[in-house]
Design a protein. Structure first.
Length: 95
């Protein structure tokens, strides 16, 4: 079984409309049994946005059900972005 079958990746923003002087947060969550084996992703340049700051956090949980132990790790990376222009923009998929 490969490492990538052991993790799940999700990304989302905290708002879909933002003014020129406002900020939005783009969050990338990596979760799964082997999530702690994945390094911090590099955020690609996102056209029409400027990255102001980034932060990260991590959580883990362990469950024992019928004597079987399962662990779950979630790593979150949050990027604060500010639009540089007026208009309608799309944040592309993160690789």
């Amino acid at each position: 079984m490969s490492l990538f079958s052991q993790i799940e990746v999700q990304s989302y923003v905290d708002k879909t409309k933002v003014g020129i002087n406002e900020r939005l947060q783009l969050t990338l969550e990596i979760s799964g049994k082997d999530a702690n084996k994945v390094g911090q992703p590099n955020l690609p340049e996102i056209k029409n946005f400027r990255e102001l700051v980034s932060s990260s956090s991590s959580s883990s949980s362990i469950q024992i059900i019928n004597g079987k132990m399962e662990s779950q790790v979630t790593k979150s990376y949050t990027y604060t972005l500010q639009p540089q222009n007026k208009g309608r923009f799309l944040i592309p998929p993160l690789n």
